[in-house]
Design a binder for this molecule. Sequence first.
Ligand code: FPP
Length: 253
Amino acid sequence: MSVEPAIAAQPSDKLGLKIPAHVAVIMDGNGRWAMARGKQRTEGHVEGVKALRRIVDLSIRYDVKHLTVFSFSSENWRRPRDEVNFIFGLLYRFVASDLATLIRNNVRVRIIGTRIGLDDALKRLIGEVESKTARNTGLELIVAFNYGGKAEITEATRRIAEAVAAGRLKPEEITEATLERELYTHGIPDPDVIVRTSGERRFSNFLLWQGAYSELVFVDENWPDFGEATFLKVLEEYSARKRRFGGIESSNS
Ligand code: FPP
């Protein structure tokens, strides 16, 4: 069995690009990609996993530090049961087939979202992939699975209210940092850029708090078509933006 060498970061400064530390992606358009080819929607999700592998490799090569991907939203339960089961199965298959590669490439995996509604086997799998990659120091791959931004903020608020009710916290002590500590993403810097594929221009309940100052980049390609050309287009658009965070400076760092 041949073992592929680990992917290495390549210097990209000669391309004149600013590399966002944290890229977040709404991987949209799998269904439309499939339908346009007379295939089942589920085949679009299978191709979507291949695009996920490509963006993980690209993030390593271009030295992105954190990559968050929206792979199942709390609203996706409204889809037909078969499709929901298929996407859950894809997470199992992705972990089974890619864990060794992720470890070899020094990728740390974190899965964010509510564990409510997930069966014990899936919860075990999440625990396993997180613990087996916890000491890796390269790209952090954050998979938003069973994730909803409103639910995340609601859960955080409930825990803070419980702390106040128990006398552990005074209302006047609550700051933005208090809330951030209770989010699934605690310890992860906010995304510099949120990308959505397939031409749709919505947040769809993704990283509502964390995306307050993210640059938004919308690309027309459906997710299964995402590759290096689209990734470079995103980096070029991001590099041209002036980030002010409500102030007047125009540096984009
Ligand atoms: C959006 O396309 C995609 C999803 C809801 C699922 C995304 C899932 C993957 C890319 C693969 C899963 C990966 C893991 C690791 C679980 P859509 O179905 O909403 O497309 P449409 O808008 O064209 O119908």
